[in-house]
Write a protein that binds this ligand. Structure first.
Ligand code: 5GP
Length: 128
């Protein structure tokens, strides 16, 4: 069965898209730790990130770098944290989270509740 992220990539489940190319897709995390919290996924469905072939892993990092640079510019954060957990959804993904301190990356924290309009405004700013 296709992962929830494959369904998002296919357009079967809506998302707030941030970037896309032929191999990768970036969209806002629906339960963000911060405004601009984005997920980067390979279109090819592989569960564990280090099972990706070397080329895909390399190119995914370069794709994530471009997205992170937009997040940083838009949010004015100190850095964009790069986090890979991947226990909830079995489709490799990188979390990009704008941070000003290390405590901003605490997945036990209550997530932000944003309205559809807020999500769409952020995604459209990040799309540029
Ligand atoms: P992880 O697997 O890295 O522990 O967590 C998966 C992440 O995907 C979570 O932060 C969760 O909020 C996000 N997520 C799960 N389902 C959806 C969805 O349907 N849409 C979006 N945009 N994000 C999702």
């Amino acid at each position: 069965m296709a992962s929830i992220f494959s369904k998002i990539i296919a357009g079967d489940i809506p998302c707030y898209k941030v970037a896309e190319d032929d191999r990768f897709f970036a969209f806002l995390d629906i339960n963000p730790l911060a405004k601009g919290h984005t997920l980067v996924v390979p279109k090819k469905e592989v569960d564990y990130i280090f099972d990706l072939d070397d080329d895909t892993l390399r190119e995914m990092s370069v794709f994530a770098k471009k997205v992170a640079s937009r997040i940083k510019e838009w949010s004015g954060c100190r850095k964009v944290a790069v986090v890979v957990l991947g226990l909830e959804v079995a489709h490799a993904h990188i979390h990009l989270i704008p941070i000003n301190s290390e405590s901003d990356v605490d997945f036990r924290k209550e997530k932000l509740k944003l309205t559809p309009d807020e999500f769409e405004k952020i995604a459209s700013r990040l799309r540029g």
